[in-house]
Ligand binder design. Structure first.
Ligand SMILES: [Zn+2]
Length: 215
């Protein structure tokens, strides 16, 4: 497959990049496996270039992201989008697909901290989906559905995309504070691991980490 011309996708943080790769599969339906990641300083908005190949058909593709410089500085690693601005990378149905994925995998997880992290991701995905809704809207606006697949799903399951249903989902998930508390220990371990890698200058992780910590 020829390389697709790159258009930078705006994201609020590194986690949104991973979600983007998760929901935008290869044309053959296969998932992307990342090979390398590079940070390119570009004024206030650094670019993040991810080279990937398809697990199924081996097609190669490079993804280019523009990262919100506001995101990530002193925030927890599992921070999707600390602004009220809706995503420009993932639409409302895709956020709800991600939420379902993170809720669905909980029963298969053994460690409490893994469950907390999965709930944290699920909660943030539902919150991202709700950011598309106007203050009085009960259904997602058409402008928040970006693909035929999303439009089909929203039309087929309108009940799942009503604000009340999504708020009810959030009410069943523990609060963000509680989940962050549970995730804190793991976060410290994560930071220690990344710093150790940084000292050894292993791969591109050092730059990746710098990006997360940038002010
Ligand atoms: Zn493929």
């Amino acid at each position: 497959m020829p390389a697709t011309p790159e258009t930078a996708v705006h994201v609020h943080g590194v986690q949104e990049e991973y979600f983007y790769l998760m929901v935008h599969h290869c044309a053959c339906g296969g998932p992307w496996l990342t090979e390398s990641q590079h940070v390119e300083e570009n004024g206030a908005h650094p670019h993040h270039r991810i080279a990937a190949h398809c697990f199924k058909c081996k097609a190669r593709r490079t993804f280019l992201f523009t990262i919100d410089s506001q995101a990530g500085s002193k925030e927890p690693v599992r921070q999707v989008n600390q602004t009220a601005e809706p995503s420009r990378a993932i639409d409302v149905v895709e956020w709800m697909n991600l939420a379902q994925f993170y809720l669905g995998r909980i029963e298969h997880l053994k460690e409490a901290v893994e469950k907390a992290q999965s709930l944290l991701d699920a909660r943030q995905c539902v919150e991202e989906a709700l950011k598309f809704y106007g203050p009085d809207a009960d259904a997602p606006p058409p402008a928040a559905l970006w693909s035929d697949a999303s439009r089909r799903k929203a039309a087929a399951q309108p009940g799942n995309f009503r604000r009340a249903a999504m708020v009810a989902m959030l009410e069943k998930i523990p609060s963000m504070d509680r989940l962050r508390q549970a995730d804190k220990m793991e976060q410290r371990e994560f930071e220690k691991g990344i710093m150790a890698l940084a000292k050894q200058r292993v791969g591109k992780w050092w730059q990746f980490w710098k990006l997360l910590r940038r002010k």
